[in-house]
Design a protein around this ligand. Structure first.
Ligand SMILES: *[C@@H]1O[C@H](CO)[C@@H](O)[C@H](O)[C@H]1NC(C)=O
Ligand SMILES: *[C@@H]1O[C@H](CO)[C@@H](O)[C@H](O)[C@H]1NC(C)=O
Ligand SMILES: *[C@@H]1O[C@H](CO)[C@@H](O)[C@H](O)[C@H]1NC(C)=O
Ligand SMILES: *[C@@H]1O[C@H](CO)[C@@H](O)[C@H](O)[C@H]1NC(C)=O
Length: 406
């Protein structure tokens, strides 16, 4: 295995030598032998460090800018020879696959119309693919030549995946949203081609600032952002953001949606009574409290009396047996605050004996008593007169008797 690897590397070096002038052959031969230990030492390489993304995605019809830089630490890498930047596709074995040589920075080869925009003298190999096709999906290797120095970036392959559909943008909202909070919402989209970045639009303010930023790995991101002050109406609100990528012959669009979840203190707190209207003492009533709040609220019932206001029950529903009239309200509470309902008046139906009725009954009773006493008095008065008449009667009797006698 070691030997086959050795042979492969030798062949590679030779294959590239073929591209060089014949006079360089001997030096190259020597160099290839010289370079073998470096290559065989495994990755990372001891003398050339290439910084390219391992994986990068691209959109067909769009351009792709590949961030690329390198560093060489080798005695043969010295001025004044010009630096040659080369891109190899799929394999570094050009002998078996001559088509793998796709680009040379001296302009002699350029199959895909690449543009090496980086300055090689500043060790910058940044390259732009102008118009990607899905068939370009492959692994690419950078090769650097300078005088007698030549090395393939076998330790740093670049895998390009060309997709037909664009990337959905991502919407960034801080977590744990609360009303009255001021938060910055960002919609960002991967930008393979910073020269024609995607157009971002959303259903928040349209004149949001758009900017294309460079990421730490050299790729780009386009974003729009806006700061909003949250209220309860933002809870459940859908933020939709779409990214329109300009491509050859039109645009490609992808959309993302995010639903906001905003916590808020209780609102629209109200109390109701069932049955409504007047209730009879001794019957059951049910007081019910409702409120809009996130997270859902706890309910407490209070009774207002002439001795003060008392906490009489907890829970959404408070049912009890009516003994007297009363005034009640409920309070909804969650982590963000509380709210009182308006006061409910519990009135008793006067179906027993009212004061007015009692008064009337008393009046009637007193009149009846008066009448009775008058009658009794009258009777007594008459009765007390009777004995006088009785004493006269014998005379009358006598008279009669006398009359009868006479
Ligand atoms: C390499 O060149 C590109 C294009 O000019 C530039 O945008 C980038 O900043 C350069 N990279 C470094 C590391 O200087
Ligand atoms: C592509 O999108 C741009 C806006 O980003 C628009 O002006 C243009 O008309 C669109 N082109 C096509 C072909 O849809
Ligand atoms: C809820 O309360 C808000 C004020 O806080 C008011 O504007 C709205 O109309 C109320 N909604 C209902 C259904 O009562
Ligand atoms: C009401 O009383 C209950 C039970 O005593 C208690 O758990 C609750 O905290 C009280 N609520 C308020 C608002 O005072």
């Amino acid at each position: 295995m070691f030997l086959s690897r050795l042979r492969e590397l030798m062949e590679n070096s030779e294959s590239l030598m073929a591209a060089q002038s014949v006079t360089m052959l001997t030096i190259s031969m020597l160099l290839s032998v010289f370079f073998l230990p470096g290559n065989l030492a495994g990755c990372p390489s001891d003398f050339m460090f290439v910084n390219v993304p391992r994986q990068i995605e691209a959109l067909s019809g769009s351009c792709l800018q590949i961030p690329c830089s390198f560093k060489v630490k080798h005695d043969d890498y010295n001025p004044p020879n010009p630096i040659l930047g080369i891109w190899l596709k799929n394999t570094i074995d050009i002998i078996s696959n001559p088509n793998s040589l796709i680009f040379k920075s001296d302009g002699s080869v350029n199959i895909y119309s690449l543009n090496m925009i980086g300055n090689l003298n500043e060790e910058n190999c940044t390259t732009v693919f102008p118009d990607l096709k899905t068939s370009y999906t492959d692994t690419y290797y950078l090769r650097i030549e300078k005088g007698a120095f030549r090395a393939n970036a076998i330790c740093d392959p670049l895998h390009i995946t060309v997709k037909d559909s664009p990337w959905s943008p991502s919407i960034n909202v801080p977590s744990d949203l609360k009303e009255h909070q001021s938060v910055t919402v960002t919609c960002s989209a991967f930008t393979p081609c910073p020269h024609s970045p995607p157009q971002l639009t959303w259903n928040l303010q349209q004149d949001s600032l758009r900017q294309t930023e460079k990421n730490t790995d050299g790729t780009f991101t386009t974003k729009i952002q806006e700061t909003i002050t949250l209220s309860d109406t933002h809870d459940g609100y859908n933020i939709r953001c779409s990214a329109r990528y300009p491509v050859i012959g039109g645009n490609k669009t992808a959309e993302t949606e995010v639903t906001l979840s905003v916590s808020y203190a209780p609102r629209n707190t109200s109390a109701s009574i069932s049955p409504s209207g007047l209730v009879s003492a001794g019957s059951w009533v049910e007081l019910s409290c409702s409120s809009r709040a996130k997270p859902p609220p706890r309910f407490t019932w209070f009774r207002i009396s002439k001795y003060g206001t008392f906490n009489v029950s907890v829970g959404q529903v408070f049912s009890f047996c009516v003994t007297e009239r009363g005034e009640f309200y409920c309070m909804a509470t969650n982590d963000l605050g509380n709210q009182r309902s308006s006061v409910i008046l519990l009135s008793i139906k006067e179906d027993q004996v009212s004061e007015f009725q009692i008064l009337n009954i008393l009046k009637i009773l007193s009149i009846v008593l008066l009448c009775i006493s008058i009658i009794i008095f009258e009777c007594w008065f008459r009765f007390s007169k009777k004995p006088k008449k009785e004493t006269n009667e014998p005379i009358y009797v006598n008279n009669v008797m006398m009359t009868e006698a006479s």
